[in-house]
Design a protein around this ligand. Structure first.
Ligand SMILES: [Zn+2]
Length: 384
Protein backbone atom coordinates (compact mmCIF):
# COMPACT_ATOMS: atom_id res chain seq x y z
CA UNK A 1 0.00 0.00 0.00
CA UNK A 2 2.71 2.44 1.05
CA UNK A 3 4.87 1.38 -1.84
CA UNK A 4 2.01 2.06 -4.20
CA UNK A 5 1.55 5.57 -2.84
CA UNK A 6 5.26 6.30 -3.05
CA UNK A 7 5.42 5.02 -6.64
CA UNK A 8 2.42 7.08 -7.52
CA UNK A 9 3.97 10.17 -5.91
CA UNK A 10 7.25 9.63 -7.71
CA UNK A 11 5.37 9.29 -10.97
CA UNK A 12 3.49 12.53 -10.38
CA UNK A 13 6.68 14.33 -9.33
CA UNK A 14 8.55 13.09 -12.39
CA UNK A 15 5.71 14.18 -14.68
CA UNK A 16 5.71 17.57 -12.96
CA UNK A 17 9.48 17.86 -13.31
CA UNK A 18 9.30 16.97 -17.01
CA UNK A 19 6.45 19.36 -17.66
CA UNK A 20 8.08 22.24 -15.83
CA UNK A 21 11.48 21.61 -17.43
CA UNK A 22 9.81 21.50 -20.79
CA UNK A 23 7.79 24.65 -20.20
CA UNK A 24 10.49 26.84 -18.69
CA UNK A 25 11.72 29.65 -20.88
CA UNK A 26 14.04 32.58 -20.33
CA UNK A 27 12.16 35.73 -21.30
CA UNK A 28 14.75 38.38 -20.45
CA UNK A 29 18.32 38.83 -19.21
CA UNK A 30 19.44 42.06 -17.54
CA UNK A 31 22.41 43.32 -15.56
CA UNK A 32 23.14 46.18 -13.15
CA UNK A 33 25.98 47.50 -11.01
CA UNK A 34 25.30 48.98 -7.59
CA UNK A 35 27.34 51.52 -5.65
CA UNK A 36 29.35 48.76 -3.98
CA UNK A 37 30.21 47.49 -7.46
CA UNK A 38 28.17 44.36 -6.99
CA UNK A 39 27.39 43.14 -10.49
CA UNK A 40 23.85 41.78 -10.56
CA UNK A 41 22.58 39.51 -13.32
CA UNK A 42 18.84 38.95 -13.51
CA UNK A 43 17.27 36.22 -15.62
CA UNK A 44 13.49 36.45 -16.06
CA UNK A 45 11.63 33.18 -16.59
CA UNK A 46 8.08 32.02 -17.11
CA UNK A 47 8.44 29.38 -14.35
CA UNK A 48 10.75 28.83 -11.36
CA UNK A 49 14.23 27.90 -12.66
CA UNK A 50 16.73 25.20 -11.88
CA UNK A 51 20.28 26.47 -12.34
CA UNK A 52 23.94 25.73 -11.89
CA UNK A 53 27.05 27.89 -11.74
CA UNK A 54 30.38 26.55 -12.95
CA UNK A 55 33.71 27.77 -14.30
CA UNK A 56 35.57 26.96 -17.47
CA UNK A 57 38.99 28.41 -16.78
CA UNK A 58 38.32 32.05 -16.04
CA UNK A 59 34.88 32.03 -17.67
CA UNK A 60 31.88 31.90 -15.38
CA UNK A 61 28.97 29.83 -16.71
CA UNK A 62 25.49 30.32 -15.36
CA UNK A 63 23.41 27.45 -16.71
CA UNK A 64 19.66 27.84 -16.41
CA UNK A 65 17.40 24.84 -17.06
CA UNK A 66 15.21 26.66 -19.52
CA UNK A 67 14.95 27.41 -23.22
CA UNK A 68 15.90 30.82 -24.50
CA UNK A 69 13.27 33.05 -26.05
CA UNK A 70 14.55 34.35 -29.38
CA UNK A 71 13.77 37.95 -28.39
CA UNK A 72 16.37 37.91 -25.58
CA UNK A 73 19.56 39.91 -26.17
CA UNK A 74 22.54 37.59 -26.77
CA UNK A 75 25.49 39.87 -26.20
CA UNK A 76 26.10 42.44 -23.47
CA UNK A 77 28.76 45.04 -22.75
CA UNK A 78 28.78 45.67 -19.00
CA UNK A 79 30.19 48.51 -16.93
CA UNK A 80 32.24 46.12 -14.82
CA UNK A 81 36.01 45.79 -14.71
CA UNK A 82 35.67 42.18 -13.58
CA UNK A 83 33.18 41.07 -16.24
CA UNK A 84 33.09 43.57 -19.11
CA UNK A 85 31.08 41.30 -21.43
CA UNK A 86 28.47 38.56 -21.28
CA UNK A 87 27.00 36.33 -23.95
CA UNK A 88 23.77 34.38 -23.68
CA UNK A 89 23.14 31.22 -25.69
CA UNK A 90 20.97 28.12 -25.74
CA UNK A 91 22.80 24.84 -25.39
CA UNK A 92 21.21 21.39 -25.05
CA UNK A 93 17.87 22.85 -24.01
CA UNK A 94 19.50 25.06 -21.37
CA UNK A 95 20.26 28.75 -21.40
CA UNK A 96 23.88 29.55 -20.63
CA UNK A 97 25.22 32.95 -19.56
CA UNK A 98 28.96 33.15 -20.27
CA UNK A 99 31.07 35.75 -18.49
CA UNK A 100 34.78 35.88 -19.32
CA UNK A 101 36.26 37.31 -16.11
CA UNK A 102 39.32 39.53 -15.75
CA UNK A 103 40.57 37.26 -12.97
CA UNK A 104 39.70 34.07 -11.13
CA UNK A 105 37.01 34.28 -8.46
CA UNK A 106 35.88 31.85 -5.78
CA UNK A 107 32.50 30.69 -4.47
CA UNK A 108 32.69 33.38 -1.80
CA UNK A 109 32.70 36.02 -4.53
CA UNK A 110 29.19 35.42 -5.82
CA UNK A 111 25.73 34.62 -4.55
CA UNK A 112 22.80 33.26 -6.53
CA UNK A 113 19.17 33.01 -5.52
CA UNK A 114 15.74 32.75 -7.12
CA UNK A 115 12.70 34.98 -6.70
CA UNK A 116 9.18 33.76 -7.27
CA UNK A 117 6.84 35.65 -9.53
CA UNK A 118 4.86 38.32 -7.74
CA UNK A 119 1.39 39.06 -9.12
CA UNK A 120 1.13 42.24 -7.00
CA UNK A 121 4.14 43.95 -8.53
CA UNK A 122 3.74 41.97 -11.80
CA UNK A 123 7.29 40.62 -11.67
CA UNK A 124 8.20 37.27 -13.19
CA UNK A 125 10.15 34.33 -11.78
CA UNK A 126 13.78 35.37 -11.58
CA UNK A 127 17.22 33.97 -11.08
CA UNK A 128 19.53 36.56 -9.54
CA UNK A 129 23.32 36.25 -9.49
CA UNK A 130 25.27 38.83 -7.49
CA UNK A 131 29.00 38.94 -8.18
CA UNK A 132 30.59 40.80 -5.30
CA UNK A 133 34.22 40.63 -6.25
CA UNK A 134 34.91 43.81 -8.17
CA UNK A 135 38.26 45.23 -7.03
CA UNK A 136 37.29 48.85 -7.37
CA UNK A 137 34.79 48.77 -4.50
CA UNK A 138 36.07 50.04 -1.17
CA UNK A 139 33.39 50.10 1.53
CA UNK A 140 34.70 49.40 5.00
CA UNK A 141 33.30 48.10 8.23
CA UNK A 142 34.00 49.93 11.45
CA UNK A 143 32.63 49.57 14.97
CA UNK A 144 30.04 46.98 16.02
CA UNK A 145 27.40 48.50 18.27
CA UNK A 146 24.61 46.99 20.37
CA UNK A 147 21.08 47.25 19.12
CA UNK A 148 17.64 46.84 20.65
CA UNK A 149 15.79 44.34 18.56
CA UNK A 150 16.33 41.19 16.55
CA UNK A 151 13.11 40.91 14.67
CA UNK A 152 13.04 39.61 11.14
CA UNK A 153 12.45 42.78 9.20
CA UNK A 154 15.43 44.39 10.80
CA UNK A 155 17.79 41.51 10.26
CA UNK A 156 21.29 42.87 9.82
CA UNK A 157 22.78 42.73 6.40
CA UNK A 158 24.38 39.40 5.83
CA UNK A 159 26.04 39.21 2.47
CA UNK A 160 25.75 35.44 2.19
CA UNK A 161 28.99 34.83 0.38
CA UNK A 162 31.58 37.46 0.97
CA UNK A 163 34.88 38.33 -0.59
CA UNK A 164 38.11 39.62 0.81
CA UNK A 165 37.54 42.78 2.90
CA UNK A 166 38.94 45.13 0.29
CA UNK A 167 36.62 44.12 -2.48
CA UNK A 168 33.14 44.14 -1.03
CA UNK A 169 30.86 45.29 1.75
CA UNK A 170 31.55 42.37 4.04
CA UNK A 171 29.12 42.86 6.85
CA UNK A 172 28.25 39.62 8.59
CA UNK A 173 27.12 40.29 12.11
CA UNK A 174 25.11 38.29 14.61
CA UNK A 175 21.48 39.30 15.18
CA UNK A 176 21.01 41.99 17.82
CA UNK A 177 24.09 43.73 16.47
CA UNK A 178 24.33 46.74 14.28
CA UNK A 179 27.42 47.74 12.42
CA UNK A 180 28.48 51.28 11.93
CA UNK A 181 29.96 51.79 8.52
CA UNK A 182 32.09 54.66 7.40
CA UNK A 183 29.94 57.40 5.96
CA UNK A 184 30.13 57.32 2.20
CA UNK A 185 30.05 60.68 0.50
CA UNK A 186 28.81 59.27 -2.75
CA UNK A 187 25.41 60.38 -3.93
CA UNK A 188 23.51 58.45 -6.56
CA UNK A 189 22.40 60.89 -9.18
CA UNK A 190 19.03 59.29 -9.88
CA UNK A 191 17.24 60.13 -6.62
CA UNK A 192 16.02 63.61 -5.79
CA UNK A 193 16.34 65.09 -2.33
CA UNK A 194 14.78 68.54 -2.60
CA UNK A 195 12.40 70.74 -4.57
CA UNK A 196 9.20 69.78 -2.75
CA UNK A 197 7.19 66.58 -2.55
CA UNK A 198 5.25 67.01 -5.78
CA UNK A 199 6.22 64.34 -8.34
CA UNK A 200 8.65 62.60 -5.97
CA UNK A 201 8.68 58.81 -6.01
CA UNK A 202 8.26 57.31 -2.55
CA UNK A 203 8.25 53.61 -1.69
CA UNK A 204 6.48 52.69 1.54
CA UNK A 205 7.12 49.39 3.24
CA UNK A 206 4.58 48.09 5.76
CA UNK A 207 6.76 45.95 8.04
CA UNK A 208 6.11 42.19 8.17
CA UNK A 209 2.92 40.64 6.73
CA UNK A 210 1.61 37.27 5.63
CA UNK A 211 3.48 34.46 7.37
CA UNK A 212 5.34 36.96 9.55
CA UNK A 213 3.16 38.77 12.12
CA UNK A 214 6.03 40.83 13.55
CA UNK A 215 5.79 41.66 17.25
CA UNK A 216 2.56 40.88 19.11
CA UNK A 217 1.18 42.95 22.01
CA UNK A 218 -0.20 41.51 25.24
CA UNK A 219 -3.73 42.17 23.97
CA UNK A 220 -3.01 40.35 20.73
CA UNK A 221 -2.37 43.36 18.49
CA UNK A 222 -0.15 42.25 15.62
CA UNK A 223 2.57 44.52 14.30
CA UNK A 224 1.87 43.54 10.67
CA UNK A 225 -1.74 44.78 10.93
CA UNK A 226 -0.83 48.12 12.51
CA UNK A 227 2.01 48.82 10.07
CA UNK A 228 -0.31 48.14 7.13
CA UNK A 229 -3.00 50.52 8.45
CA UNK A 230 -0.48 53.30 9.01
CA UNK A 231 1.26 52.74 5.69
CA UNK A 232 -1.97 52.86 3.69
CA UNK A 233 -2.88 56.12 5.39
CA UNK A 234 0.56 57.58 4.67
CA UNK A 235 0.13 56.52 1.03
CA UNK A 236 -3.18 58.38 0.83
CA UNK A 237 -1.71 61.54 2.37
CA UNK A 238 1.42 61.55 0.21
CA UNK A 239 -0.66 61.07 -2.94
CA UNK A 240 -2.78 64.09 -1.95
CA UNK A 241 0.44 66.08 -1.68
CA UNK A 242 1.34 65.06 -5.24
CA UNK A 243 3.90 62.29 -4.60
CA UNK A 244 4.01 59.04 -6.60
CA UNK A 245 3.77 56.25 -4.06
CA UNK A 246 4.63 52.58 -4.48
CA UNK A 247 3.95 49.99 -1.78
CA UNK A 248 5.85 46.81 -0.95
CA UNK A 249 2.52 45.30 0.09
CA UNK A 250 -1.09 46.45 0.24
CA UNK A 251 -2.59 43.41 1.96
CA UNK A 252 -1.68 40.81 4.58
CA UNK A 253 0.94 39.12 2.43
CA UNK A 254 4.60 38.24 2.33
CA UNK A 255 6.39 40.30 -0.30
CA UNK A 256 8.68 37.54 -1.57
CA UNK A 257 6.48 34.64 -0.49
CA UNK A 258 5.96 32.38 2.52
CA UNK A 259 8.96 30.38 3.77
CA UNK A 260 11.42 32.83 2.26
CA UNK A 261 14.74 33.47 3.95
CA UNK A 262 15.07 36.82 5.74
CA UNK A 263 17.30 38.19 3.03
CA UNK A 264 14.97 37.06 0.23
CA UNK A 265 11.99 38.70 1.92
CA UNK A 266 13.85 41.91 2.71
CA UNK A 267 15.49 42.10 -0.71
CA UNK A 268 12.05 41.74 -2.30
CA UNK A 269 11.05 44.91 -0.41
CA UNK A 270 14.17 46.73 -1.53
CA UNK A 271 13.47 45.57 -5.08
CA UNK A 272 10.13 47.39 -5.06
CA UNK A 273 11.94 50.66 -4.28
CA UNK A 274 14.62 49.96 -6.90
CA UNK A 275 12.12 48.89 -9.55
CA UNK A 276 10.17 52.09 -8.98
CA UNK A 277 13.32 54.19 -9.04
CA UNK A 278 12.25 55.69 -5.71
CA UNK A 279 13.62 58.96 -4.34
CA UNK A 280 13.06 57.73 -0.78
CA UNK A 281 12.26 54.42 0.89
CA UNK A 282 10.38 54.37 4.22
CA UNK A 283 9.95 51.15 6.19
CA UNK A 284 7.30 51.27 8.90
CA UNK A 285 7.51 49.17 12.07
CA UNK A 286 6.33 49.03 15.66
CA UNK A 287 8.94 48.45 18.33
CA UNK A 288 8.85 45.82 21.07
CA UNK A 289 10.81 45.25 24.26
CA UNK A 290 10.81 42.74 27.10
CA UNK A 291 10.53 45.77 29.39
CA UNK A 292 6.84 46.70 29.17
CA UNK A 293 7.40 50.22 30.44
CA UNK A 294 9.68 51.23 27.56
CA UNK A 295 7.97 53.46 25.01
CA UNK A 296 8.55 56.11 22.38
CA UNK A 297 9.72 56.71 18.83
CA UNK A 298 12.97 56.02 17.06
CA UNK A 299 14.00 56.35 13.41
CA UNK A 300 16.81 54.23 12.05
CA UNK A 301 19.07 54.89 9.10
CA UNK A 302 22.20 53.56 7.44
CA UNK A 303 24.59 56.37 6.44
CA UNK A 304 25.15 55.34 2.83
CA UNK A 305 24.32 58.79 1.44
CA UNK A 306 24.39 62.27 2.93
CA UNK A 307 20.60 62.22 3.10
CA UNK A 308 19.69 59.10 5.08
CA UNK A 309 20.17 60.73 8.50
CA UNK A 310 18.40 63.87 7.32
CA UNK A 311 15.39 61.82 6.20
CA UNK A 312 15.25 59.94 9.53
CA UNK A 313 15.54 63.21 11.44
CA UNK A 314 12.81 64.95 9.44
CA UNK A 315 10.28 62.21 10.25
CA UNK A 316 11.47 61.81 13.83
CA UNK A 317 11.04 65.56 14.45
CA UNK A 318 7.40 65.45 13.35
CA UNK A 319 6.64 62.34 15.41
CA UNK A 320 8.15 63.79 18.55
CA UNK A 321 6.50 67.17 18.08
CA UNK A 322 3.03 65.69 17.60
CA UNK A 323 2.95 63.12 20.40
CA UNK A 324 3.75 63.08 24.11
CA UNK A 325 5.77 59.88 23.75
CA UNK A 326 9.49 59.53 24.45
CA UNK A 327 12.00 60.71 21.86
CA UNK A 328 14.47 57.85 21.47
CA UNK A 329 16.16 59.76 18.67
CA UNK A 330 17.52 58.80 15.27
CA UNK A 331 19.90 55.86 15.30
CA UNK A 332 22.46 54.42 12.96
CA UNK A 333 21.87 50.75 12.30
CA UNK A 334 22.79 48.07 9.85
CA UNK A 335 19.28 47.05 8.83
CA UNK A 336 19.06 45.24 5.54
CA UNK A 337 16.39 47.39 3.93
CA UNK A 338 18.16 50.66 4.75
CA UNK A 339 21.53 49.42 3.67
CA UNK A 340 20.70 47.56 0.51
CA UNK A 341 18.51 50.15 -1.18
CA UNK A 342 20.36 52.75 -3.21
CA UNK A 343 18.18 55.73 -2.26
CA UNK A 344 17.92 57.55 1.10
CA UNK A 345 15.91 55.46 3.49
CA UNK A 346 14.69 55.25 7.07
CA UNK A 347 13.12 52.52 9.18
CA UNK A 348 10.63 53.91 11.69
CA UNK A 349 9.88 52.26 15.01
CA UNK A 350 6.57 53.83 15.93
CA UNK A 351 6.07 53.32 19.67
CA UNK A 352 6.13 49.95 21.48
CA UNK A 353 3.56 47.22 21.02
CA UNK A 354 4.90 45.68 24.24
CA UNK A 355 3.88 48.78 26.20
CA UNK A 356 0.16 48.31 27.12
CA UNK A 357 -0.56 52.06 26.93
CA UNK A 358 0.99 52.37 23.48
CA UNK A 359 -0.64 49.15 22.29
CA UNK A 360 -4.01 50.61 23.24
CA UNK A 361 -3.24 53.76 21.21
CA UNK A 362 -2.45 51.64 18.14
CA UNK A 363 -6.00 50.35 18.11
CA UNK A 364 -7.56 53.79 17.78
CA UNK A 365 -8.14 55.44 14.42
CA UNK A 366 -7.21 58.94 15.54
CA UNK A 367 -3.81 57.70 16.65
CA UNK A 368 -3.18 55.84 13.38
CA UNK A 369 -4.27 58.93 11.41
CA UNK A 370 -2.12 61.27 13.48
CA UNK A 371 0.89 58.98 13.12
CA UNK A 372 0.38 58.82 9.36
CA UNK A 373 0.07 62.58 9.12
CA UNK A 374 3.29 63.08 11.10
CA UNK A 375 5.15 60.69 8.80
CA UNK A 376 3.79 62.28 5.62
CA UNK A 377 4.60 65.77 6.93
CA UNK A 378 8.10 64.63 7.91
CA UNK A 379 8.71 63.28 4.41
CA UNK A 380 7.44 66.54 2.97
CA UNK A 381 9.83 68.51 5.24
CA UNK A 382 12.71 66.37 3.96
CA UNK A 383 12.04 67.33 0.35
CA UNK A 384 11.79 71.08 1.09
ZN1 LIG B 1 9.02 45.17 12.83
Amino acid sequence: MHKKIICCLLFIISIFACVSAYAAEVTDVRWGLDRFNVLRLVVDLDSPPGYNISFQGQTMLVTVNAKLDEKVTRSFKMRSTLAPTMTVEESGGNTVLKLPLARTIGTQDYNAFTLKNDPVTKRPNRLVVDITADKTATPSVVIPKANTSAEKAKAPVTVPKTTTPKTTAKVTVPKKTAVKTEEKKTTKSSFKTDGGLKGKKITLDAGHGGSDPGAIGSNGTREKDVTLKITKKVQELLKKKGAKVSMTRTGDTDVYGPNASDSQELQARVDVAEDNDADAFISIHINSSTNKSVGGFSSYYYPKTNNDARLAQAVQDRLVKNFGLDDLGIRKANFYVNKRCSMPSTLLELAFISNPKEEKLMNSNWYINKLAKSIADGIEDYFK
